[in-house]
Write a protein that binds this ligand. Sequence first.
Ligand SMILES: O=C(O)c1ccc[n+]([C@@H]2O[C@H](COP(=O)([O-])O)[C@@H](O)[C@H]2O)c1
Ligand SMILES: Cc1cc2nc[nH]c2cc1C
Length: 343
Amino acid sequence: MEIERRIKEIWDGIAKPLDGLGRFETIIARIGAIEGDTRIDISSKAVIVLCADNGIVEEGISQSGQEVTAHVAESMGRGESSVCRMAKAAGADVIAVDIGINSKISGEGIVHRKIAYGTKNFLKEPAMTKEEVLQAVTVGIELVKDCKKRGYTLLATGEMGIGNTTTSAAVTAALLGCPAKDVAGRGAGLSKEGLSRKYEVINSALEKYQFQRTDTRSINALNILAAVGGLDIAGLTGVFIGGGLYRVPIVMDGSISAAAALAAQRLVPGIKEFIIPSHVSKEPAAGKIMQELGLHPVIDGEMALGEGTGAVMMFSLLDIALSVYENRTGFQDISVQQYVRFD
Ligand SMILES: O=C(O)c1ccc[n+]([C@@H]2O[C@H](COP(=O)([O-])O)[C@@H](O)[C@H]2O)c1
Ligand SMILES: Cc1cc2nc[nH]c2cc1C
């Protein structure tokens, strides 16, 4: 808090209207507080992209088949997917991880941390065992530990997994105690009929696992992840926890990352203080989670791409905001009296 206050004082000494850079000022202050220094270091950035398959896809809740997960992951490994193009432009690395793709992944550029060949169809049985959830959370924590050791100072979350807008919506609905229609959207481009089916599938699962309660906080988030989550979401939950453990700010991407952030906050209250919001996804779950966590993303671009693309966009915005903070032009430099704060 003391560091955040000092950073805010530095912002106020820069020749500009008070709070002129709005939430960017508070976000930079928060990054400083996490790093424990008024000198901010976000020079070394990476997006951790967890790739996994979801058994629920057999229920017709996605326009794509499961094999697409592997194809996109391999393209990511070759540096060719959307997030790779954006990361190159932003001067960041992409760490593509196979945490649960349902086929053998070949090729360079993929980190192999496979826990299972996809999850189970959660309408028939729980998606994962508790053990698998804990393994995935541990993988996420270890990835952050590794990144910290390698000198990264700012990380972001991303994922790739056909069907994961259904799993993340189900996790969100269970954690917030709301029906499917409040959180589920068209994902990677689902038809109107497909969306109705998606609602049905999620609502049936909420009933099956008795997650239709008003006192949702009494349900252990690990049980929710095991029943209706995915290996990517569980892994990302670990990434957020790792951010707190190793004091690395974690920039959160879209609706799937947001579901993981909410699960992390339920498991480790206070972990949200280490999370930097980026954009609000087109999926309805995203806005609801931001509200619940009290986070205010700066990009509202109706993006629905995943892979960490919104978070990587935020990397560049943070670099731009930081350039004003680092190369301070003070009021004294332009012979103007510093503004007084009237509140
Ligand atoms: O980040 C988001 O909010 C987001 C919104 C819509 C789609 N996606 C991406 O699209 C895929 C999931 O879409 P779906 O329709 O198969 O559930 C998955 O690979 C995600 O990365 C991601
Ligand atoms: C091609 C494609 C790329 C993606 N990246 C993230 N989700 C995706 C879904 C599809 C279908």
